[in-house]
Ligand binder design. Structure first.
Ligand code: BGC
Ligand code: ZN
Length: 367
């Protein structure tokens, strides 16, 4: 069957690979789920793997099948599978456990080992193909009423983890009543974080460079959050109006922005970094000023990567709630479909060149 793959370490090596169809027998204990792939989303991670910034093929392979944002339909299940049945819409988690205690209790997103195993990213083949098989432990059901949001399940899980972790660490405060949130970046993670924070009742300001109106600014406003173009309104002016933020999520993809966000956080607040910055940029920051401000303000910096099954499940619930609260807004994120695995070159072109391509995804098969 067809698969979109790269040769890790070799820049711009995206190509079509012919791989064997998997079978239920590939998974032990009768726990296998065979999924027919319908759609797969791609993001900056896929672009950076194709740029050879990171990514490794599985042992014994020269290529790595790309794709970590999956959506498909169950075709066949092993005798010991309970949580899904043929015909169900599903997505799949990305990371697979290593050996640490965190891996062993289902929180593989918190592994304490340097090596991590991620389908479509590191050491495991991904979902940009016609079928995949995995243990039911990693297969998450998508309600039929959300099938129009298909490839957003995985990005939503990452946003859900970031917000959930922020609330978890803030238990240190005994009482924490955050009012103002800044979300930096209006890409997929920024927009989904905006949604999650609106659903928690915060005043959310989503900051991006572009001047409104853009498709992104309209999505922010559709979620009843405030879009702030930093071209029109520098962040200092926003702070003068709202006060410093209680919670900031950085999803800009820029380490310079991630550091400068440190100056926008209020006392007792939490700043969450979510961007994977594959480059080698160095920036200068007012370190004395930040240091004293962070110590005197008891501020907290939190990194968040990936997501486990619980975040997929809670993210899916919040997508359902979001659809009820803000009908037909979330689907506007799904901007750029590509027709079929054969069109891998167009998929990469959109990721690299098309600045307005908010979400690129491949229509792998019809239902
Ligand atoms: C994926 C995450 C993954 C991270 C680091 C992101 O693009 O969505 O699942 O953990 O990259 O590889
Ligand atoms: Zn991703």
């Amino acid at each position: 069957m067809k698969a979109i793959a790269v040769y890790p370490g070799k820049p711009e090596s995206v190509h079509l690979e012919d791989i064997p169809k998997p079978s239920l027998a590939d998974v032990a204990d009768g726990k296998g789920v065979l999924v027919r792939v319908l759609k797969v989303g791609v993001d900056a991670t896929d672009r950076e793997i194709n740029d050879a910034l990171y990514g490794n093929s599985p042992p014994g392979y020269e290529y790595l099948v790309l794709g970590h944002e999956s959506f498909g339909v169950v075709e066949e299940v092993g005798p010991n599978v309970r949580n899904v049945k043929p015909g169900d819409y599903v997505t799949a988690t990305v990371r697979r456990p290593g050996g640490s205690i965190y891996d062993q209790i289902g929180t593989y997103d918190m592994t304490s080992e340097e090596t991590y195993y991620e389908r479509g990213i590191n050491l495991l083949h991904g979902y940009l193909t016609e079928y995949f098989v995995d243990s039911d432990e990693y297969i998450v059901k998508v309600p039929p009423g959300l099938k129009h949001l298909h490839v957003l399940m995985e990005p939503m899980s990452c946003a859900a983890k970031a917000v959930h972790q922020a609330y978890e660490v803030q238990r240190r405060m005994k009482v924490w009543r955050p009012r103002t949130a800044y979300v930096l970046g209006a890409g997929q993670i920024g927009l989904l974080a905006t949604l999650l924070l609106k659903l928690r009742g915060l005043d959310v300001y989503t900051l991006a460079r572009s001047q409104a109106p853009t498709q992104n600014s309209k999505i922010v406003e559709g979620m009843e959050a405030t879009y702030v173009s930093t071209t029109d309104t520098p962040i200092e002016r926003l702070i003068a109006k709202t006060g410093k933020a209680d919670l900031i999520v950085d999803a800009t993809g820029s380490s310079a922005m991630a550091f400068s966000a440190m100056q926008a956080l209020g006392h007792n607040g939490v700043l969450v970094w979510t961007s994977i910055t594959g480059g080698k940029q160095n920036v200068e920051v007012p370190s004395d000023q930040i240091n004293i401000d962070w110590v005197l303000g008891n501020k907290l910096l939190l990194g968040s990567v990936n997501a486990n099954r619980e975040h997929f499940e809670s993210g899916i619930k919040d997508l359902a709630l979001g659809e009820v609260m803000f009908p037909d807004v979330i689907s506007k994120i799904l901007t750029n479909p590509v027709n079929g695995l054969d069109d891998y070159a167009e998929m990469m072109r959109l990721l690299v060149e098309e600045k307005t391509a908010l979400k690129v995804y491949v229509n792998v098969a019809d239902e």
